[in-house]
Design a protein around this ligand. Structure first.
Ligand SMILES: Nc1ncnc2c1ncn2[C@@H]1O[C@H](COP(=O)(O)OP(=O)(O)OP(=O)(O)O)[C@@H](O)[C@H]1O
Length: 285
């Protein structure tokens, strides 16, 4: 899946300005951004609902949205807002979904997903909670084992147990070779399950790379215990908690800081990677 220099305005309103990324086989890319950043706009182009003003969105080398018909059987999509047919029972919806894929769906996988997710087949859609609607959306996106998975904030509304089951399911699809776009504003989940990331802000990708790379380009947290007089360390950013000094040091300044630290007297130290949340906040200041 390739997105290159994608731009889309809604009249005068900016949707996205310049979005590029690529997702390979066996890869999950986390598209991270706050509300209104342009995640859904990007996804709506890739899923065939919107035309871009500039740039290309390619799935299997086909241009979206223009050639969506030739690839849509290979796409699984979880929309941000799940609105299926309100008066349909879930089991009727699953019949309908099977007919869409010309009954090529593996019924045993469908049963497995119903069991894993705990889906109630006899309820009408309008009677389902947000989380239970999401479970049906997950099932319909995965059940035909698509090569491409496009997931717009898929865990929104799911309880932590179902979230974990969902992560396991998409990891399995990834192992089988799927190409997965996972949009989220929950950085801890991106850190947990994605291989690569693209951070979007005001319609522009501001940073991208591997999840590990993201941590590397940022900073370390240095926990220093029992630090004695150290006025020469005051030039570094730090906070204190009980008897611990926590320094936030850019990786590029690490050697210099450690050299300075060795000139002071302390009992112990720990070096930690900050959570993705902290990196995100830093970038969005
Ligand atoms: N139909 C529309 N008409 C006008 N502006 C729109 C429309 N849809 C989206 N926008 C604008 O485009 C920008 C990007 O919105 P988009 O929904 O793509 O962001 P998002 O990252 O998915 O946000 P969220 O996390 O809140 O779903 C926003 O400024 C939004 O107001």
């Amino acid at each position: 899946m390739v997105v290159k220099n994608l731009k889309k305005y809604y009249g005068k309103n900016k949707g996205i300005e310049n979005v590029s990324f690529e997702i390979k086989e066996h890869e999950i890319l986390g598209l991270i951004g706050p509300n209104g950043a342009g995640k859904t706009t990007t996804i709506r182009i890739l899923t065939g609902f919107l035309k871009p003003d500039e740039g290309v969105a390619l799935i299997e080398n086909k241009k979206m949205p223009y050639e969506i018909d030739s690839v849509k059987e290979n796409i699984g999509y979880i929309p941000g807002e799940v609105n299926f047919y309100e008066d349909m029972k879930v089991k009727e919806f699953l019949n309908f979904n099977r007919s869409f894929y010309k009954n090529k769906i593996d019924i045993s996988y469908e049963k497995e997903l119903i069991d894993i997710l705990g889906i109630d087949l006899n309820k009408k859609f309008k009677a389902l909670s947000l989380g239970n609607k999401k479970k049906v959306a997950i099932l319909q996106a995965l059940v035909h084992r698509p090569k491409y998975l496009i997931l717009d904030e898929p865990t929104n509304g799911l309880d932590p147990l179902v979230q974990q089951k969902f992560y396991n399911l998409i990891k399995k699809h990834k192992e089988e070779g799927a190409i997965i776009l996972f949009s989220s504003h929950v950085l801890s989940e991106v850190e947990k399950i994605c291989d690569t990331f693209a951070m979007i802000k005001d319609g522009i990708i501001v940073k991208s790379g591997t999840i590990e790379g993201l941590k590397d380009i940022s900073k370390k947290l240095i926990y220093v215990y029992g630090l004695k007089e150290a006025s020469h360390l005051e030039k570094y950013k730090y906070r204190t908690n009980e008897n611990v000094y926590i320094f936030e040091i850019k990786n590029t300044n690490l050697k210099e800081f450690l050299n300075d630290l060795l000139k002071a007297d302390f009992e112990d130290l720990e070096i930690k990677n900050p959570a993705l949340e902290d990196i995100f906040l830093e970038l969005y200041k």
